[in-house]
Design a protein around this ligand. Structure first.
Ligand code: GLV
Ligand code: MN
Ligand code: MN
Length: 411
C-alpha cells in the first residue's frame, strides 16, 4: 500500500452494520425493513444521528431521500456516495446497507484526520430502492434523476393502499428539500455483488462495467367466479389458470435464454382465492433481464405472445397494466480508470463485472458520471435472510471507495 493511501476504521464500520441488523430483524437472522415502515424510520433516525456526529449537515428531500453533506474547500457540485437502507421482505443485513454505511465511514474517516477535500462529499440513503413496498424499485432515485415525476412517485400505493406521500408523512420523512435539480459531480455506489463471481475468482472487488437491461411488468388477469365442481371445464374463466400459464411460460423463457438471460414471475395474487371457487381476478408480476438490450426486447415480445395465448386458453382477459425498465446503462470510463489506478496503489485485485440486480446507480448514471463497485458475499446469496459476509471481505472495497472518492473530490 502506498504511504499516502487512506484507510477506514473497520471495527467502527462493522459496529454500524451490527446496529443496523437490530432494526427490523427478520425471523431467520436477516432483515425485514420495508421502505418507510417503523424500523426503516428508526434506521433513518440513527443514520442521521451518526452523520451529524460526524460533522455532516443533513437534509431530507420531499421523497425522504436523506443527504449528509461534508463541505469542501470550494463551493462546487458534490461527489455523492449512496445506496439504500430499506430491505426486501425477507432480506439480508448487507444489500444496500453496506453502501450507505461505507459512505458514512468515509465521512468519519475524513473527519478523524481533519482532511479537507476540494469538493463537498455527500452520502445519500435513497428511499424505496427495493420496490418491496412500493413498485417499481429504485423509485426515488428515479425522480432525482428526472426519469419519472415526483407526483407520480408520491401517488404510488403499497399493498394496503397507502400512498408513498402518506407513508413519508407517517414516518416523519416528508422532507422539504427539492428532489434533484442540482448538479452532482459524480456518484459512487458500493454494493455486495449478489452473485458468486468474486468468490470464485478469489478477488475482493468487482468493478461494474455494464448492467443487464431489465424489465418488470404488472399483468392483470380477469375471469369470472364459478363453482370449482359443477362448472364445466369448457366454460371456466379461471384467472389463476391464466396467470399460471404466463408464470410457467416466463420461467421456461428464462431457461431458454439462460445462462445470460434471467426470468421469473416473482409475485401472484388472486381473488377471491378460496377453496371451492374459481378465481375471478389475478395480478401477476414478471421480471426478466439480459445483458443485451435487444434480447430483453425479444423477451418482452415473447411475454406479449404468452399473454395472448393465456387469454385464449383460460378464456380470461389479460392486460399488461404497467411496465418498467432499468439497467442497460453505461458507467463512467473516467471513474473506472480512477478506481483501477487507486486499486493498483492499494494492491487490491479487481474483476470487471456486469450488474444483474437493480441499483440506484442506474438512475444516477443518467445524470452524472457514475461508478458501481461490488464486494463479495457468501455464495452470491442475497434477498435471503442467510445473506452473509465478513468485515475482511468488505474492507478492500471500502478503502478503495475512500481513496477514489477523495481523489475525485480533490481533482
Ligand atoms: C432491485 O433491487 C432489483 O434488482 O429488482
Ligand atoms: Mn440493493
Ligand atoms: Mn436488493
Amino acid at each position: 500500500m502506498q504511504q499516502n493511501s487512506l484507510t477506514v476504521d473497520g471495527a467502527r464500520f462493522w459496529s454500524t452494520i451490527d446496529a443496523s441488523a437490530e432494526l427490523g430483524k427478520g425471523p431467520r437472522g436477516g432483515l425485514r425493513r420495508l421502505a418507510l415502515d417503523e424500523s426503516d424510520g428508526e434506521m433513518r433516525r440513527l443514520f442521521i444521528r451518526w452523520c451529524e456526529e460526524a460533522g455532516a449537515k443533513v437534509s431530507v428531500d420531499r421523497l425522504g431521500n436523506i443527504f449528509a453533506r461534508r463541505e469542501g474547500a470550494e463551493d462546487l457540485p458534490p461527489v455523492l456516495i449512496g445506496s439504500h437502507l430499506d430491505t426486501q421482505a425477507s432480506g439480508g443485513r448487507f444489500d444496500g446497507i453496506v453502501g450507505v454505511l461505507a459512505g458514512l465511514e468515509v465521512l468519519r474517516s475524513l473527519e478523524d484526520r481533519g482532511i479537507e477535500t476540494r469538493r463537498p462529499i455527500e452520502v445519500v440513503d435513497w428511499t424505496n430502492e427495493e420496490g418491496a413496498r412500493f413498485q417499481p424499485p429504485m423509485l426515488c432515485s428515479a425522480v432525482f434523476a428526472g426519469k419519472v415525476s415526483e407526483d407520480w412517485a408520491l401517488a404510488r400505493t403499497d399493498d394496503a393502499g397507502v400512498t408513498l406521500a402518506e407513508a413519508l408523512a407517517g414516518v416523519g420523512f416528508a422532507g422539504s428539500a427539492p428532489v434533484g435539480g442540482r448538479e452532482i459531480d459524480s456518484y459512487f455506489e458500493l454494493h455486495i455483488e449478489q452473485g458468486p463471481a468474486l468468490a470464485a475468482e478469489g478477488l475482493p472487488v468487482g468493478l461494474v462495467v455494464g448492467s443487464y437491461a431489465s424489465m418488470g411488468m404488472r399483468i392483470e388477469i380477469t375471469g369470472d367466479t364459478g363453482h370449482a365442481g359443477p362448472t364445466p371445464m369448457a366454460e371456466r374463466k379461471d384467472a389463476i389458470f391464466g396467470a399460471s400459464l404466463i408464470a410457467v411460460g416466463v420461467n421456461e423463457m428464462g431457461r431458454r435464454f439462460a445462462p445470460e438471460g434471467k426470468a421469473t414471475a416473482p409475485r401472484i395474487e388472486a381473488w377471491p382465492n378460496k377453496p371451492g371457487i374459481i378465481s375471478e381476478r389475478a395480478t401477476l408480476y414478471v421480471d426478466f433481464r439480459h445483458p443485451e438490450p435487444e434480447a430483453t426486447q425479444a423477451m418482452a415480445r415473447e411475454v406479449e405472445v404468452l399473454v395472448a395465448e393465456a387469454a385464449s386458453k383460460a378464456q380470461v382477459e389479460v392486460e399488461i397494466a404497467e411496465r418498467w425498465e432499468f439497467g442497460g446503462v453505461d458507467f463512467s470510463a473516467e471513474l473506472l480508470t480512477l478506481l483501477r489506478e487507486q486499486a493498483g496503489e492499494l494492491g487490491i485485485g479487481t474483476l470487471d463485472l456486469l450488474s444483474q440486480a437493480g441499483h440506484d446507480a442506474y438512475n444516477m448514471a443518467l445524470i452524472a458520471p457514475t461508478a458501481l463497485v461490488f464486494t463479495p458475499c457468501d455464495g452470491g446469496l442475497s434477498h435471503n435472510e442467510r445473506e452473509n459476509t465478513r468485515l475482511e471481505d468488505q474492507l478492500p472495497g471500502i478503502n478503495l471507495l475512500l481513496n477514489a472518492v477523495v481523489g475525485r473530490a480533490n481533482r
